[in-house]
Design a protein around this ligand. Sequence first.
Ligand code: NAI
Length: 346
Amino acid sequence: MGILNLTKEHNITLLEGDGIGPEISKSVIKIIEAANVKINWEKCLAGNNAFLKYGEVLPDETLQSIKKNKIVLKAPITTPIGEGFSSVNVQLRRYFDLFANVRPSKNLPNIKTPFDNVDLVIIRENTEDIYAGIENQIDENTIHGIKLITKKGSERICDYAFQYAIKNNRKEVAVVTKANISKLADGLFLKCFRNIAKKYPEIKTREILVDNLCMQLVMKPSQFDVLVMPNLYGDIVSDLCAGLIGGLGVAYSANIGKYQNDNFAIFEAVHGSAPDIAGKNLANPTGLLRSAIEMLKYINENSAAEKIEKALFEVFKEGKILTPDLGGSHTTEEFTNEIIKKVKSL
Ligand code: NAI
């Protein structure tokens, strides 16, 4: 009788993106391979490269692959400049109703920032608020921009925040609003949060106004754990938090949604396609790698996720082999190989 092979093979759609996308994707794939996770990557086109081949930025072939695999690792994509193109990010968000934008912020060793104990996660509602795009011209000099907040949208994002907290061993979820001023819209979000919180008595809760939050974040960010908030506050505060850990180059994210009753997740770095350094072996793959670590946790490959994170942290701690954007003088390939060496030694 043969030995039973319990290693699960995962099917994941890979969007290698444009600019530095293919280089940093290659690096991440090699590191995941070194951690012995079996992934069948289905490479698909999206963005500029798809536009050149198919005349559209999100071809049907790519959509079909995502529908089948339900999990995507996405490198940055150049948005072609021209009339009538909505970005791939916006199209994917709408198509798969990616209602939760998850933006963890955790310090890396040796990256100089004002604080060295940041470890928080922003859960941003991704579909409503002013991003619903409802604006009316009342008269020549007056515009009404509608802030759309619904019970359904608020409840599902608050519920997701609590579920995330439980799955990731977090202790507290804080809700962020401006409910003292936006009494109806933010008031509804807050009410939904309070209702949903009753389902999760094991998680501590906190309520904070967004202006106070911003001040607290730049004075004592270590006091925060998981934060859930409507779209606009989430957009602004998550970039503030990226700044707390060293900027967009090391920040990462996940977009979670539901399409025809199935869960969908797209993991991506926060930075763009960096055309100025594309093809030069200088790109820093950290943002995409940290997104991939979140992806590994999502598919329950926790020990590989921990191993890769530890290896990455060690490379930063030693500070000897880093890419130029981090103050180093090494190539993408050298940085990647150093992480692989550490992964294999753990
Ligand atoms: P960018 O983030 O691509 O570049 C800004 C600066 O940061 C550049 O100097 C670049 O060299 C540097 N940089 C960015 N990522 C880096 C990395 N991993 N390693 C080393 N250096 C890095 O922003 P930019 O130039 O405004 O946008 C370029 C393209 O990317 C545009 O077409 C834009 O639409 C697209 N974009 C795509 C995003 C996505 O797919 N999620 C997000 C943001 C922009």
